[in-house]
Design a protein around this ligand. Sequence first.
Ligand SMILES: [Cu+2]
Length: 317
Amino acid sequence: MSRRRGPSGTRRPGRTAIRRGVLAGAALVALGLGAVSPAAAQSVNRNLIDRLNVQLLYVALPLTLFVEVILVYAVIRFRNNDDPEPTAENPTLEVTWTVATAIVLVFVGWSAYNVLASPYISPTPEAEAAQPEVNPDVRVDVLAYRWGWQFTYPDANVTTQNLLVLPRGEDVRLSLRANRVIHSLFVPKLGLKQDVFPGHDTTLLTRALENGRYRGYCTEFCGDGHARMRAAVFVVDPETYRQWLAAHADERLVTAPPSGNVSANGSGAANLTAPSNATAPPNATVPPNATAPPNATVPPNATAPPNATAPPTGTLA
Ligand SMILES: [Cu+2]
């Protein structure tokens, strides 16, 4: 490696070394961009999230590379400078980096806002009104209990146990409620995540785009059965969905998914039944929208929390 000395006695890095560094950086960026190109998403929700991720990465990677190159250059260029001088003011440079930072932040804010304002991410009445083409025909009431999921299709009077079946290509509104403690429904492949509270409904809006079996979890620690709190989510053709619904009309605690038409998507297609749960739902007959039903069938082992505010009996006169 050839080295030359600068006027102040500092060594300059060889041009070959700099060129190699820049080439290596460019290769890394190309590799990164290639690796993050999103595959076809399984739902509209997931599509929105993945696209935002990639958009932000397109900005973040060149910036990271730029900063790293300057850092490495400065370390090499000034490594033998025993008598460093402070840099004089440079208004042009300061204005440039302030404006550049502002542009980047505005871009990030605008990209994120566009996703957050979508009714599939923030299912508010205002967001839905802004997109009249969003028209959820299918309604599902979700009850999260310790420890399992109950899905009710009110129009068909069907209730399932740890099993959610969705018609492909149709908007579905999920109305979620918990009966005692906070849970959270998470279906990663469909880009769905929503906290579930007692006494307060939350909503998810989705349109699944690919047939398959997906996994759903509770992601809010809710007691010692938390790890069992899983659900199987099936996305099937609309005809299959309606046949399945008709076949189970007026049934409760259905665990049999639609047969056929579920292409494997690598997430455990061998096990085509909803995860079995040792405990039956405590409030199987209470619709999720009922207001705070007392849970009459709590297992006797469940201990009520001690009442910390009760005065000790010894101090009472
Ligand atoms: Cu839970």
